[in-house]
Design a protein around this ligand. Structure first.
Ligand code: SAM
Length: 282
């Protein structure tokens, strides 16, 4: 690995970032400073004994850090075939610890690539980052943790507490299923080319949930969709179509939520209880 060319050289040799439209569409903002990629790898905890799935290795900066940090095996899923070609020398240097998968990560189910224990670690392409996370949340089986770089605005939504402007459907779903923590921010200047916004690394650790708790997820999604679809409305108005006026009044009284409350002021547990009542109605 020590004899590999620098990442700037890899980018130059393979004409990465050469097609500005393509690289913008693929969210190609690369990290070239090894101290930053090492920090992300470290944030994911111990990698020895784990298989890692990395989405979008690009020129391979984070991939190098993941291998260096001792991951048993890294499965790197990259859509851009030029990046896959640029990663060949790293593949050879990895001594069988790297698998390159040329594919659209939106169509890849992590658990089909490798047996657990599994960690997903990635500097995500911003345009599909939230959708990727939502896909993974649907099936967390075998996933030990997810350490992911998002644009800061998305990271703030993931970890937002009740009462804050960022609190919404994404916060509730993530926090219901995982312990979620925003670890650190990176300025646009940390990337090549620099994006317009700050980025944040988020660590998600799936919670151990009972089958009953897991079965509430579709109802939780419906309830939060109803509540936050009309964010400015009082909860008694926005959830009326789901519960009906009388039942809703009864349920809100049971869980001690004033009917005129706004959706951002209800806690995760309130939403869990609403999902439970809604599941009994459905
Ligand atoms: N990991 C590299 C780094 O940190 O320097 C690159 C990160 S860059 C933000 C995102 C990467 O994801 C790019 O290499 C891009 O080509 C790739 N990508 C974009 N959309 C993708 C998709 N749907 N599936 C797989 N890879 C994708």
């Amino acid at each position: 690995m020590d004899t590999l060319p620098s990442l700037s050289q890899v980018i130059k040799d393979h004409g990465l970032l050469g097609d500005k439209k393509l690289s913008k569409r693929l969210g190609q903002n690369f990290l070239l400073d090894p101290s930053i990629t090492d920090r992300i790898a470290k944030a994911a905890g111990v990698l020895t004994g784990f298989h890692v799935i990395e989405i979008g290795p690009g020129p391979g900066g984070l991939t190098r850090s993941l291998l260096k940090a001792g991951a048993d095996h890294v499965y790197a899923v990259e859509r851009d075939r030029n990046c896959v070609a640029a990663l060949q020398p790293l593949l050879e240097a990895s001594q069988g610890r790297l698998t390159l998968v040329q594919a659209d990560a939106l169509k890849v189910v992590p658990q089909t690539l490798t047996p657990s224990p599994l960690k997903i670690i990635a500097n995500l392409p911003y345009n599909v980052g939230t959708q990727l996370l939502l896909n993974w949340l649907k099936n967390l089986a075998g996933l030990h943790s997810l350490t992911l770089m998002f644009q800061r605005e998305v990271a703030l939504r993931i970890v937002a507490p009740p009462g804050s402007g960022d609190y919404g459907r994404l916060s509730i779903l993530c926090q219901y299923l995982c312990e979620a923590e925003r670890l650190f921010d990176l300025s646009p200047q940390s990337f090549t080319p620099p994006p317009k916004v700050f980025s944040s690394v988020v660590h998600l650790h799936p919670k151990v949930l009972s089958d009953e708790a897991k079965s509430l997820v579709p109802y939780l999604e419906k309830v939060t969709m109803g509540a936050f679809g009309q964010r400015r409305k009082m909860i008694r108005k926005s959830l009326k179509p789901l519960f009906g006026e009388e039942k809703l009044e009864e349920v809100l009284a049971l869980i001690n939520v004033p009917p005129q409350e706004r959706p951002e002021n209800l806690t995760l547990d309130h939403y869990r209880q609403l999902a439970k009542f809604y599941s009994q109605l459905s």
